[in-house]
Design a protein around this ligand. Structure first.
Ligand code: GLU
Length: 302
């Protein structure tokens, strides 16, 4: 596996200029487009790292997997009355679909869906931001994971479309908390900075039937691990989810910071970071890296 990773890394090491670094959150625009890292963590604890794997970056929507898995054990089936589990086929921040579907977001990984999940978490955790950080740190087995307040403040100040999504859901009765308060949590969660090494480790519970291999603790039930992986496979890449499934064949989740994490159930988690994005908001080099990885390794979920 290490040789495959080295080969893929050298294939794409010079491949920049094909996409565009996210700039609608100002501090993200300052990140060098040439950053490139790949990290693998198996459920047995084997680690492979190459490139800028020690450099923390903004995980953005990858945080939506953490918030969903944090909520999952605390709620029953009624959660699926507030948020769906179907691919949206729309952009991550689309308002149109939400209007004609009466304020019920298609899935928990588009922005509207993640805002609903955050709203529900805020009802359950009086100190949600600290609780989420603690949750992520335990999954990663490291304490040095933090919010980036510049990134969070910028998104909070400029995220009018996300606020509109929350207000629209509130108008349909599908949002309980104060929009400003819940949106602040959402921005903080998206601003978490992690390295690919930490991300790969933190996602191993999803490859391990919900158990954190670092300490043997149950994070979520095997059923919820199956469900969250399924939603990642069908909805993890917004309106490019079908193409990602076709090319990579694994459940995964992107973030506009250029990160992607994917899971091979029963085996490993792999995280890639490369900030240049395609028009769907997904890392260009990240997708190519993962497509080559499953092809060369000959293993995917199919
Ligand atoms: N914080 C970003 C937003 O809400 C996350 C988008 C993403 O990573 O895809 O716009």
């Amino acid at each position: 596996m290490e040789n495959i990773i080295k080969k893929i890394y050298s294939t794409y090491a010079e491949s920049t200029g094909i996409g565009k670094v996210a700039d609608y959150i100002a501090p993200l625009a300052k990140v060098s487009p040439s950053k490139y890292a790949i990290s693998i963590c198996t459920i047995e604890g084997q680690k492979i790292n190459i490139g800028d794997y020690n450099e923390p970056f903004s995980i953005q929507s990858i945080s939506k997997v953490f918030t969903l898995s944090m909520l999952a054990p605390l709620v029953g089936e009624e959660i699926w009355e507030s948020v769906g589990k179907e691919p949206s086929g729309s952009a991550f921040n689309s308002l149109v679909q939400l209007e004609y579907e009466k304020g019920i977001p298609r899935n928990p990984f588009i922005n509207a869906g993640a805002l609903v999940i955050t709203d529900k978490l805020a009802e359950k955790f009086p100190n949600l931001d600290a609780s989420l950080l603690q949750y992520v740190r335990e999954l990663a087995g490291e304490q040095n994971i933090h919010f980036n307040t510049d990134v969070a403040n910028d998104e909070y100040a400029t995220g009018e479309r996300n606020k509109a999504l929350a207000h629209m859901m509130k108008s349909f009765g599908n949002f309980k908390g104060k929009v400003s308060k819940v949106f602040r949590h959402y921005c903080n969660h998206c601003s978490i900075e992690m390295t690919t090494q930490q991300l790969a480790q933190a996602f191993t519970f999803l490859a391990n039937r919900g158990i954190n291999p670092l300490n043997g603790k149950t994070v979520i039930s095997p059923r919820d691990a199956k469900r969250i992986n399924s939603i990642m496979l069908t909805c993890g890449f917004y309106d490019e989810s079908g193409d990602f499934a076709y090319r990579v064949g694994l459940p995964g989740k992107n973030g506009v910071g250029g990160g992607i994490v994917a899971i091979i159930p029963g085996k490993l988690a792999i995280a890639v970071w490369s900030p240049e994005l395609n028009t769907h908001g997904n890392s260009c080099r990240g997708i190519s890296t993962l497509a080559d990885f499953t092809t060369e390794l000959g293993i995917s979920v199919f």
